[in-house]
Design a protein around this ligand. Structure first.
Ligand SMILES: *Cc1c(COP(=O)(O)O)cnc(C)c1O
Length: 414
């Protein structure tokens, strides 16, 4: 991780100022053609003194539009200063974290994981349609039952069938024999093209799929398939902790990845990341988008450049080593918490390179779960699990007060 350096506050401010100078300035320049040009001056003060030391807020108020994708083709020239910063942030994520080769990927800062996931399935659906003459009924999405509901949402929008594979209750691993049965059935029903969604950290368990399980089964059937990684939750933690990441661009089956910056990276909401191999994003080209310079090959259309600058700021505030240290602390805290649970004989699931602990609900009194704001797997029906996410603000002290109360009830019921 050589190019991911930590920058000083002054270096960051200078870089952002330089970028904003290269953008059109709505306050001074004559800009006649853009609809949302300047933010309402009665509400957003562009001369507030605190803005000088706050690069993300300055960018927010100057309101650059990052519509489209800036890693390929020509981009809207009015905002080329901050577009370059978006490319710098994407380079750090795609190359340093997910091992893409420089210049061999495309991507953009999306509104979140949902959008990035839908962008991926849209891209693969069109690819199968355009290059294989596939009919929509012949294409299916494939994902585990622990997969985020945005996959079901996207399947509904794009009119694709979704095959949900059951997982084993305590390991959360894909049930291989059931996977095989479901694929055989799908082939019998006329499916020829499969879009696989692999999880790098499911929302409820933090479980990580083994992509080879899918590959081994799918290759036995007359099918064509492509793989996407949903790293919305785990993308900024798992790759740093695992000694053997099978879910990045070194894996030839994987063509795209979703990461959320508004989860582990702690960027403002509305900040996700879509990445794919070079040559793929063009499958979603909408030729009608001709008023946008270059081409709009993204799902969302207009979006704020401030989100891209926020990602850049967070990454350069830590640098590769600083980020690793931060994540390592969370891992150690999670290890410690799991050890305490072992002593109390509480059943839980935990992926060793993630910071989520999912507790068996029958071992946790409802009142305790409520008091400590644990998140249940199901809100309406019978709930089997509660999760605890060990973030920066979840300190050993907080975990300890939870454990003390848990210990009291466990010793009564034991
Ligand atoms: C949160 C999450 C999403 C959806 O992301 P949004 O940013 O809320 O749209 C998708 N997949 C996983 C695994 C997630 O944890």
């Amino acid at each position: 991780m050589t190019n991911w350096r930590k920058l000083s506050k002054d270096e960051q401010i200078l870089r952002v100022q330089k970028a904003l100078k290269k953008n059109v300035n709505f306050s001074n320049d004559a800009t006649l053609g853009y609809p949302a040009s300047k933010l309402d001056g009665k509400v957003f003060y562009s001369d507030a003194p605190f803005l000088t030391d706050a690069p993300v807020l300055t960018t927010f108020v100057s309101n650059p539009n990052h519509i489209g994708c800036h890693t390929t083709g020509i981009s809207e020239s009015a905002f080329e200063g901050t577009h370059a910063m978006e490319r710098e942030a994407l380079d750090l994520i795609a190359i340093e974290i997910f091992k893409a080769e420089p210049g061999k990927y495309d991507g953009y800062i999306a509104s979140g994981g949902t959008e990035a996931n839908i962008q991926a399935m849209w891209m693969y659906r069109n690819y199968f349609q355009k290059t294989h003459n596939a009919k929509v009924e012949e294409i299916a999405l494939l994902a585990s039952e622990d997969t985020h509901y945005s996959i079901a949402k996207g399947a509904n929008l794009l009119m694709l069938d979704l095959i949900k594979v059951p997982v084993e209750k305590y390991s959360r691993a894909i049930e291989i024999s059931n996977l095989d049965k479901l694929i055989a059935l799908a082939v019998n029903q006329g499916k020829k093209y499969i879009i696989v969604f692999c999880n790098m950290g499911t929302t409820m368990f933090g479980s990580v799929d083994d992509p080879q399980v899918y590959v081994d089964v799918l290759e036995r059937y007359p099918l064509s398939f492509k793989m996407h990684v949903d790293a919305a939750y785990g993308g900024f933690i798992y790759p740093f902790l695992t000694p053997d990441n099978k879910l990045d661009f070194r894996n030839p089956y994987i063509h795209s990845i979703t990461v959320d910056a508004h989860k582990m990276l702690q960027a403002p909401y509305g900040t996700g990341i879509f990445l794919c191999r070079k040559g793929w994003i063009e499958y979603v080209l909408t030729p009608e988008a001709s008023y946008v310079q270059g081409m709009d090959i993204t799902l969302c259309g207009s979006r704020s450049g401030a989100n891209a600058v926020a990602v850049w700021m967070i990454l350069t505030t830590y640098g590769a080593n600083g980020w690793f240290e931060k994540i390592k602390v969370l891992q150690m805290r999670t290890d410690w918490f799991c050890h305490q649970l072992d002593l109390l004989h509480v059943t839980y699931f935990r992926e060793p390179y993630m910071n989520i602990v999912t507790l068996k609900a029958s071992h946790i009194p409802k009142s305790l779960a409520k008091k400590f704001h644990l998140v249940p797997e199901k809100h309406e029906t019978e709930n089997d699990w509660y999760k605890i996410v060990i973030m920066e603000h979840v300190e050993v002290e907080h975990l300890n007060s939870f454990l003390t109360e848990l210990k009291a009830v466990r010793s009564i019921t034991a």
